[in-house]
Design a protein around this ligand. Sequence first.
Ligand SMILES: *[C@@H]1O[C@H](CO)[C@@H](O)[C@H](O)[C@H]1NC(C)=O
Ligand SMILES: *[C@@H]1O[C@H](CO)[C@@H](O)[C@H](O)[C@H]1NC(C)=O
Ligand SMILES: *[C@@H]1O[C@H](CO)[C@@H](O)[C@H](O)[C@H]1NC(C)=O
Ligand SMILES: *[C@@H]1O[C@H](CO)[C@@H](O)[C@H](O)[C@H]1NC(C)=O
Ligand SMILES: *[C@@H]1O[C@H](CO)[C@@H](O)[C@H](O)[C@H]1NC(C)=O
Ligand SMILES: *[C@@H]1O[C@H](CO)[C@@H](O)[C@H](O)[C@H]1NC(C)=O
Ligand SMILES: *[C@@H]1O[C@H](CO)[C@@H](O)[C@H](O)[C@H]1NC(C)=O
Ligand SMILES: *[C@@H]1O[C@H](CO)[C@@H](O)[C@H](O)[C@H]1NC(C)=O
Ligand SMILES: *[C@@H]1O[C@H](CO)[C@@H](O)[C@H](O)[C@H]1NC(C)=O
Ligand SMILES: *[C@@H]1O[C@H](CO)[C@@H](O)[C@H](O)[C@H]1NC(C)=O
Ligand SMILES: CC(=O)N[C@H]1CO[C@H](CO)[C@@H](O)[C@@H]1O
Ligand SMILES: CC(=O)N[C@H]1CO[C@H](CO)[C@@H](O)[C@@H]1O
Length: 567
Amino acid sequence: MLFILLWQLLAVLAVSAANPTQTTKRNNNGPASDFVTVRDGQFFVNGSSFRFVGTNAYWLHTLNTEQDIDNTLANISAAGFTVVRTWAFNDVETIPENGTWFQLISNGTLTINDGPNGLQKLDKVVELAKKHGLYVLLSLTNNWSPIPGIDVPAGFSPLEIKQLQAENRTSPRNSLSNDYGGMDVYVRNFGDIHEHDQFYINQTIVDAFKNYTSQIVSRYVNQSNVFGWELANDPRCNSTLPATPICQTTTVTQWHSDVAQHVKSVDPNHLVSSGNQGYFCADCPKLFPRVVTPPPQPSPAPGSRRRRNLPEPLSKAKLLKERKAAWKQERERKKRSGEHADGVKIRGRWMSTKTRRQEDLGVGSAFDGTHGVDSEDIINIPQIGFGSFQLFPNQYQYGPVDTSLPPFNQTLQTGLDWIRRHADAARLFGKPVSLTGFGLVTANNSQSYVPFNTTVAPFGSDQAPAANTSQPFGITDAERDEAYRQWIEAGIEGGLQGIIQYQWSQGNLTTQDGSPIAPLPDESGTTTNQDSTGVSPNDGYGILGQGQQEVIDTIKSASQGFAPDST
Ligand SMILES: *[C@@H]1O[C@H](CO)[C@@H](O)[C@H](O)[C@H]1NC(C)=O
Ligand SMILES: *[C@@H]1O[C@H](CO)[C@@H](O)[C@H](O)[C@H]1NC(C)=O
Ligand SMILES: *[C@@H]1O[C@H](CO)[C@@H](O)[C@H](O)[C@H]1NC(C)=O
Ligand SMILES: *[C@@H]1O[C@H](CO)[C@@H](O)[C@H](O)[C@H]1NC(C)=O
Ligand SMILES: *[C@@H]1O[C@H](CO)[C@@H](O)[C@H](O)[C@H]1NC(C)=O
Ligand SMILES: *[C@@H]1O[C@H](CO)[C@@H](O)[C@H](O)[C@H]1NC(C)=O
Ligand SMILES: *[C@@H]1O[C@H](CO)[C@@H](O)[C@H](O)[C@H]1NC(C)=O
Ligand SMILES: *[C@@H]1O[C@H](CO)[C@@H](O)[C@H](O)[C@H]1NC(C)=O
Ligand SMILES: *[C@@H]1O[C@H](CO)[C@@H](O)[C@H](O)[C@H]1NC(C)=O
Ligand SMILES: *[C@@H]1O[C@H](CO)[C@@H](O)[C@H](O)[C@H]1NC(C)=O
Ligand SMILES: CC(=O)N[C@H]1CO[C@H](CO)[C@@H](O)[C@@H]1O
Ligand SMILES: CC(=O)N[C@H]1CO[C@H](CO)[C@@H](O)[C@@H]1O
């Protein structure tokens, strides 16, 4: 009943037209704060609207010298990026001999390291980013922290897991984005139930995480070049540790509401966002079914594009209708090209299929709440300042694929659809939305590819692409650049306010044992050359030597629409 009323209300609102060009033009009448603020679906800094392209560099605080951090940020700034998304957490279960760590989580207690190899490293990142005119978007934890080298075997004690972790490490600590601690480290060290969603529901763990956020957030409360706080990278019900059957979208939404209020109470100066992957849950119960009033509609500037209606709200019915239409189109295409229009080939013979097929398939895991995330419910939490989503087609499914297209075009198209849906959600709910990470693994980079959910590459250098990747794997550099170009242009056209590439690579870095910029073993595999320089981690999305300049050029040219004076 509530849903029907909401639907009707949205339908009424949809009649009042939104002007998309408002979101692609600079607005100079915003709040004068030098902190990033939000109004009318846009970001503002110093009175002007602020749209950005950025890059990810989760490893910044692990670099071994201040000069390395400085050089890296200088290079990022020179490449035209204005925002860097990075990790503001580094949880360990035992104090490492070398390398950076921020928080020891052990035996049910938390200990913060604010020494030179602790939070002072993060201080440097924030300070040097400011020097180079960069904003930092800081993530407070991660959904993913698998034990390097092993899947978590059922029935292992936390101590046994720690021992296995030490034995099975395959790359230096902090090399992978999922090797900085995170939710599962809290879960393994508190309580007796080692299931991922305890992070969201066990009050002791929730309080422990709030303690951590208090320390970090209060430390940078006055730093205006902190773009905002991201509560977690890719929060969802499951991780390497499984979820309990009671975990659902409202569990994750409730946690966001609780922690976002907490962060805002400690730091009212900065925006808070989720960091989620952007999954939808069509027709699901909402904790925050508010309808945000659409921004006021100034008359379109001369020569600007036509007004567009507000998008229709997402629903199962809408998704199924779209899918049916696509299926019908495909059937007609097959008819025209002489292929069998309706049916499947079983043991060499064509069998007819039921036309109900599309309904039977459901709306798919990106839209049905499978992952325990309802990004529309989360964006409507009052303390959430802006929406976020990610796009990693090598790892996750974002929607149905049009199988009539070649594999690369399927990936490209699914990405475009995903971006447009989030741009629609932004316009519908009146908050800015940012794509906080996107990337494609190229053939040239495939040997380095390690998915976020694992600690080892799924295949060796001389093996065929992993059998479990349903998306095309190992595209050419040119295809990557073409997809990035089209995705960025679709994002800008749709009204996204920020787009962040994954991920930056840096060379000429100082090496140190026990850090991700470790010296390479020599021929004998034992001694090390401390004078050698190293390269930032590559999880398959690193671009140094993999077309870095081409990627930068593509992003620069595709993001012209974000330039201050463009209309
Ligand atoms: C905003 O204004 C402050 C103070 O004048 C200045 O330091 C800062 O660079 C400005 N930021 C932007 C993005 O213009
Ligand atoms: C945690 O407890 C174990 C066993 O009592 C002990 O060996 C270990 O030193 C403790 N760790 C910390 C960091 O206190
Ligand atoms: C939550 O964790 C605490 C601390 O480890 C534990 O004592 C408690 O039993 C857990 N609560 C529930 C409901 O599982
Ligand atoms: C969190 O902080 C509060 C207040 O400082 C303290 O009482 C509590 O023990 C802390 N919890 C943990 C798990 O460290
Ligand atoms: C932030 O600024 C306020 C007001 O000037 C001040 O009271 C507070 O100590 C500052 N906090 C930090 C961490 O610098
Ligand atoms: C993550 O990886 C583990 C171990 O391979 C697997 O059991 C789990 O289903 C994966 N979870 C997700 C959400 O992919
Ligand atoms: C999530 O975890 C549950 C329970 O462990 C499992 O049944 C389910 O398949 C998982 N879902 C995904 C999407 O990994
Ligand atoms: C696939 O995408 C490429 C690059 O945009 C384009 O040139 C090509 O025509 C597309 N192919 C199909 C069948 O759509
Ligand atoms: C490499 O780093 C060193 C020390 O930080 C610096 O002096 C040198 O100019 C750098 N070289 C390049 C090519 O960036
Ligand atoms: C720590 O660094 C020192 C000096 O570089 C090195 O000798 C030692 O092996 C490192 N320890 C670890 C565990 O990496
Ligand atoms: C050195 C090593 O391989 N240690 C352990 C890695 O993890 C597996 C379990 O997956 C253990 O069997 C190994 O002993
Ligand atoms: C990765 C990258 O762009 N590195 C550059 C950083 O800046 C120095 C000095 O200008 C260049 O030499 C590097 O190539």
